[in-house]
Design a protein around this ligand. Sequence first.
Ligand SMILES: [Cu+2]
Length: 473
Amino acid sequence: MAFNKILLFSTLASFLSLGCVQAKVHYHRWEITYQYKSPDCFNKLAITINGQTPGPTIYASQGDTIVVEVNNSLLTENTAIHWHGIQTGTIGTPWMDGTEGVTQCPILPGETFIYRFVVDRPGTYFYHSHYGLQRSAGLNGMIVVKVPEGFKEPFRYDHEYNILLHDWWHNSTYDQSVGLQMPGNQFKFVGEPQSLLMNGRGRFNCSLAVSGYCNASLPECTPLTITVAHGKTYLLRIASITSLSALSFEIEGHNLTVVEADGHYADPLPNVVSRKPGTPTGTRLFNYYGIPRGRVPPTILPSGPLWNDTDYRMMQSWATRAHPNFIEPPPAQSDRVIILLNTQNKINGFTRWSLNNVSHDLPHTPYLIAMKNNLLHNANTLTANNSETHPWHLHGHDFWVLGCGRGKFNPETDPTNYNLKDPTLKNNVALQTSGWIAIRFKQIIPACGHFIATSNLIFSWVWGLCLKKVLTG
Ligand SMILES: [Cu+2]
């Protein structure tokens, strides 16, 4: 049986010269409100954009300008929106990065803030709230930047679909945030998510819920179906905005090829392959034309790699190389080496994540404003022999991934194995359990700025796991 070809575009830099292609301005008006939603059949309060979660997908072409008027109608809560993967640093608009406490003051209830930024590279990106745990509560969505008309990508496909992955809890993010910040034995971990969502839909077993809160017959929580035709090639744009889970993605009986990651074309990488058992696998139906929509395949659901099979993920990360026609080599030497050790610590009785034993709290005055006004002031957990995967993300700029490994980083020997030939440029990279990762970035911002480097497990934000990058020019 000839299966479809599936290409994966995940959260592209392009070296296209735009010539005389006309850039457009895309205007969006967003109303941020609370709404009751049942994405996995269980009813709970979510944070929505124009009544939707995930929010509307932003579509644009390379070089276009995006304008988003954000009206905060949450009544009692601030907000701020971050444009993940958009190089606000490189394009000279660091104040549009949307990180509350770093690049901007929060948008207060009843207030409006207008974001305006240029999307300078084709690719698949996403946006999310950068205030508290609002991202987890539903304030998120995708950004798709296409190559300008007349330009071609280095691969061919017939159709494309977007897939946004999310992990979902039934208790409120306020409950979670308070529990995580309690001292001593009052500390309460969020536990495993109740569901995994694809494009805001999942399925919870309502027989496990308190009566009256769960309704399995709601259309809102029927699994979405992607309809495909034999012999066609499909491009899947996949973004993950999970708060805790490192997810694997596979389609039963099909091979997947990675063609892009974080806005950079990848050397086509064939055969890509959840959290702990306890959270059901998130599933979606892949439906061939001619088969009635919604019919569930007779086969047993694929289980995928084990949640703690990090070797598999490390091999895949290391195998991801820049596309041969789009290599942008890193500088052969770095001017400064910074070694950071990511650990979980107990500080004054509170559980905190730290870098080199320093845990971070966001200031009341955003760093960017503090700097303008001259006001500036590895993943071991507390359980013995335990370690966790943390996806590290740099705002505003991309970096080269030069190497990764197990155990303790050796600054004398490990750099000799760095890939300086065709490393891929990324803005997000997974630091695997008990391992290390080496990245290199250029300080290319024209003026100066403040950006955040953070673990993208948002619960670790609550515990202080982030680092402020100060750039001066
Ligand atoms: Cu980001």
